[in-house]
Design a protein around this ligand. Structure first.
Ligand code: HEM
Length: 530
């Protein structure tokens, strides 16, 4: 009979032979590795009888590394959410990931269980070397993070955001005057305007020239961030000791790049010092930085680095995201003339002989609905920013392991057929009630998703919403936004294609921004002297 002792004997003989035979030895090593991997996988996939959520089958060792797309991620993520359900499990090498595909689940986990779902992944070395280790967006859920978050929120939350309206009005009206003078420059002029508004709110700094050096610093910082944060692009992220190699060695251009990025981020200190100097002279304009320096003068003791970090994050996190919305709005307007007309009818009814104001917002439901639909159509941050689960958890019979990165698939949530009828049609009317005189509150407001979730939800949301409203209302009151014409004078439909990456903007498109009438042009021209 083949009993257990005989079995052990066979194993012992097998081992002995194997060690004498290189071929068998290799097979043994591979066999042990597979067994060990399966054991690790089993031990994390079954806790208290609960299984991991389903997901695409991982390859040995690298897991789903090759399944995760590098471009237009939202399409593949959405396919998985439809195939596997509201929580999809992925593994890349040793990193576990949970992809959330519905608002219901994101709300249950990231909002209701926010105490354990509000951390961020450990900052990759390249991002840290690039100077972003103390950026609010990437910091873990610790006391330093919470301080920066508080400083940020206190200056931008709903109850105080109206204070910034004079800056928003001045700069947005200036932008529209530029559209009148040089309509072909709409792309750059819009970008500079958003930068100018944020620099003014944060540092009290007034941008006066087209190529302002501080706008350039902010722009550059955004570019550095996107590149340093690129997953899988940097050897130092896999072999962290590389950060210590000296830059005189060959093949260390990447380190020079990281040091340049860090120097660029540090240079925002110059803006901070400008506010300090102006404060001493008594000439500083109201701003986020001034506010906290004054609190310090009265004994608040806020660390200066925290004020500097919160201020430079406002630019880094606020400009591209806001632009993704405004560009997205212009692109959709070139495609939907009837929607534009309906919005202009509303504007002409509410403010017939004048420009719209922030106070009109409560009466301009259709403009609000267009804003909601632009955000839903292509969310500016389609995969959100990953959270990190701090403790083992379970949900609806599935095991959610500690340390998992949580990726909210915002794009999918905004295109969920169960939430939005015909989600692939651009239709602001989906948010209007049956009476046609207000918003339909039974339809999920996409702003609940596009700004992220829970304690990490975008602290720039109140400002961004106000800026979107004012920009849309002003543009549609004064201008028609039309597609470009070809050489035969025929309208050219613009591609509805968006860039991949953390912040997703429409890829280059053209539009004509033309005054609706001389009277409308005059309305905006007059604002120069008001
Ligand atoms: C269309 C406009 C915007 C969109 C779609 C957007 C979206 C987002 C999203 C999805 C997150 C991640 C939230 C999460 O982790 O769950 C985020 C975080 C953040 N946003 Fe925005 N954002 C926008 C505008 C702004 C503006 C204007 C500012 C600054 C003035 C800003 C500052 C930030 C900061 C600092 C964070 C990090 C928050 C944290 O980790 O605690 N955002 N945003």
């Amino acid at each position: 009979m083949y009993n257990f002792t005989t079995y052990l004997d066979h194993v012992a003989v097998g081992l002995q032979n194997a060690f004498y035979n290189r071929f068998y030895f290799d097979i043994l090593v591979v066999g042990f590795t597979i067994a060990a991997t399966m054991l690790i996988r089993y031990s994390t996939s079954q806790v208290n009888g609960l299984k991991l959520p389903p997901g695409p089958t991982p390859s040995f060792f690298v897991g789903n590394m090759h399944d995760i797309p590098v471009a237009q991620e939202w399409n593949t993520f959405t396919k998985w959410s439809k195939q596997f359900g509201d929580i999809v499990y992925l593994r890349v090498l040793g990193t576990k990931m949970l992809l959330l595909g519905s608002y219901r689940v994101a709300n249950e986990l990231l909002v209701k269980r926010g105490t354990i779902y509000s951390d961020r992944p450990i900052t990759p070395p390249m991002l840290e070397m690039g100077g972003f280790g103390t950026s609010l967006t990437v910091m873990g859920n610790n006391a330093d993070y919470r301080l920066r978050r508080r400083l940020f929120e206190q200056h931008l939350r709903y109850s105080v955001v109206d204070r910034h309206q004079p800056i928003q009005i001045r700069e947005t009206q200036k932008l529209l005057r530029k559209y009148l003078e040089a309509p072909d420059n709409w792309f750059d002029d819009t970008k500079y305007t958003v930068g100018a508004i944020i620099l003014d709110i944060v540092y009290g700094y007034r941008v006066t020239s087209e190529r302002d050096p501080w706008v350039e610093v902010g722009e550059q910082s955004g570019r550095y961030f996107q590149i340093c944060a690129k997953p899988g692009a940097w050897a130092v992220d896999v072999l962290p000791f590389l950060r210590y190699v000296p830059t005189w060695l060959p093949f260390t251009e990447w380190k020079v790049f990281a040091l340049e990025s860090s120097a660029n981020r540090n240079s925002t200190k110059g803006m901070f010092e400008m506010v300090q100097a102006a404060m001493k002279e008594g000439t500083a304009s109201p701003s986020m930085v001034l506010r906290y320096l004054e609190e310090n003068k009265n004994g608040a003791n806020i660390p200066e680095e925290a004020i500097m970090d919160a201020a430079s994050d406002a630019y880094g996190a606020g400009v591209e995201t806001t632009l993704s919305f405004i560009y997205g709005f212009l692109l959709q307007m070139t495609k939907h003339r009837s929607i534009q007309r309906k919005a202009q009818d509303e504007l002409d009814r509410v403010c017939p002989d004048r420009l719209p104001t922030f106070d009109d917002r409560k009466s301009l439901h259709y403009i609000e609905a267009i804003g909601m639909e632009v955000g839903r159509w292509h969310p500016g941050v389609p995969q959100g920013i990953a959270h990190r689960l701090e403790k083992d958890d379970s949900f609806e019979g599935k095991f959610l392991p500690k340390g998992s990165l949580i990726i909210p698939n915002i794009w999918r949530m905004c295109h969920d057929e169960e939430t939005y009828k015909s989600p692939d049609i651009f239709n602001p009317d989906r948010f209007i009630n049956v009476e046609g005189d207000g918003l339909d509150i039974s339809v999920l407001d996409p702003r609940q998703m596009i700004f992220g979730f829970g304690r990490r939800q975008c602290p720039g949301r109140p400002f961004a919403e106000a800026q979107f409203f004012y920009t849309m209302a002003l543009i549609l009151k004064v201008f028609d936004v039309l597609p470009p014409l070809d050489t035969q004078g025929k309208e050219v439909i613009q591609p509805d294609v968006y860039r991949s990456g953390v912040v997703s903007l429409p890829l280059s498109f053209s539009c004509r921004i033309i005054p609706r009438s001389n009277d409308m042009a005059e309305l905006i021209r007059r604002t120069e002297h008001e």
